[in-house]
Design a protein around this ligand. Structure first.
Ligand SMILES: Nc1ncnc2c1ncn2[C@@H]1O[C@H](COP(=O)(O)OP(=O)(O)OP(=O)(O)O)[C@@H](O)[C@H]1O
Ligand SMILES: [Mg+2]
Length: 250
């Protein structure tokens, strides 16, 4: 299964991706976390890992990727990054780091002033996910950049389900409607993960949200806050994330 995690800036996308990855690994899944957020540098720390060399580096950096974007695959239908489909085992080991049953792959990162836009990274993320074959015990969790640009790039096409992380804010509510609209159009199951909520906040959000989509409601906790602020690995187990994992594997 390939699951994409999205939502507004700071809603808790990376937190949910990291916690879910840990839960899935503990259940014996072969987990790949795909960091497709080119601007942020936090996810690998939440997983207790070093940032690996990016997939973009593997393909010769931005220049290499741009060159390949111009090429056609044997069928002629898409830019030819890949000679054939990849299984999880065929992902180049040099482009990932691994810890306790979780592998992390970063698509690409913005490093410098004036280096150009992130479009080649978006194309690479889409092609990589489209090209990746997964088995029953494989779980791919894609952490995205804030907002909905990835929908515009079509990254969701290669995914089986979408998780929208919604914090208690007007912006998240608005975004949830847009994401629901797009998910329906592309026919992908969509679940809402409410974050930083207690019963009162959850009830208030449900006044404006489609409650049937809510798969988890994660409370604001000191453990997550402290680890997040310190850039430390998430060691905590979160009941609502376990519920989310049950639902996904069920
Ligand atoms: N339920 C929670 N309880 C306490 N702190 C939380 C919770 N969820 C997220 N945080 C903290 O909020 C901060 C932002 O979370 P996170 O990085 O996951 O958001 P994001 O949506 O990935 O942000 P960005 O849009 O910048 O990628 C982190 O420091 C994280 O530890
Ligand atoms: Mg993030």
């Amino acid at each position: 299964m390939k699951v994409l995690v999205c939502g507004k800036g700071g809603s808790g996308k990376s937190t949910v991706a990291a916690l879910l990855a840990k839960s899935m690994a503990q259940r014996g899944y072969n987990v790949l976390v795909v960091d497709s957020d080119e601007s942020n540098y936090g996810l690998h720390r939440q997983l207790g890992m070093e940032l690996p060399p990016t997939l973009m580096d593997h393909f010769g950096g931005k220049r290499g990727v741009k060159e390949k974007m111009g090429r056609r695959s044997p069928g002629g239908e898409s830019p030819g990054f890949f000679d054939g489909r990849w299984t999880m085992d065929e992902i180049p080991a040099g482009a990932t780091t691994e810890k306790e049953g979780i592998r992390l792959l970063a698509i690409g990162k913005i490093h410098d002033f004036g280096e150009g836009c992130a479009c080649p990274m978006g194309v690479l993320a889409k092609r990589f996910l489209d090209n990746l074959s997964v088995g029953e015990k494989d779980m791919v969790i894609v952490d995205t950049e804030a907002g909905i640009e990835h929908f515009g790039r079509g990254v969701e096409a290669g995914c089986d389900a979408i998780l929208a992380v919604l914090d208690p804010s007007f912006e998240s509510i608005l975004l949830s409607k847009k994401i629901a609209e797009i998910s329906e159009k592309i026919n992908k199951p969509l679940y809402f993960v409410l974050n930083r909520v207690d019963d009162e906040r959850k009830a208030a959000m449900l006044e404006s949200l489609d409650g049937t989509r809510v798969a988890a409601a994660i409370p604001e906790t000191k453990e997550i806050f402290r680890a997040g602020l310190a850039g430390e690995e998430f060691q905590m187990k979160v009941e609502e994330v376990e519920r989310l994992a049950d639902l996904l594997v069920g």
